[in-house]
Design a protein around this ligand. Sequence first.
Ligand code: ZN
Length: 104
Amino acid sequence: MLHLALHFLVPALLVSLFYRNNWKIAYFVMIVTMLVDIDHLLADPIYSPNRCSIGFHPLHQVWLVVLYVILCFIPKTRLVGLGLSIHMLLDAIDCQVTNGVWAN
Ligand SMILES: [Zn+2]
């Protein structure tokens, strides 16, 4: 439950610090990036509490995480990149807590 809450709280903290003037659109874009979890629909079971997402689901591959970080450095894709990178970081921390690894 804490993991899910962090997916909302960390972007909220970020926009409150760096996107004060347009926090609504910034927060919206970052929350929409959570749609990356749509790849869980391909897994069986769809949700498994002790499964490490990173390196398991198609949109959670390590090489894609590198791409998500690169998006942070391009002004037009920065918010999407930040949303995805924060998401992957939180998922990786979850892997560390539940499985003792950063990725599959
Ligand atoms: Zn995820």
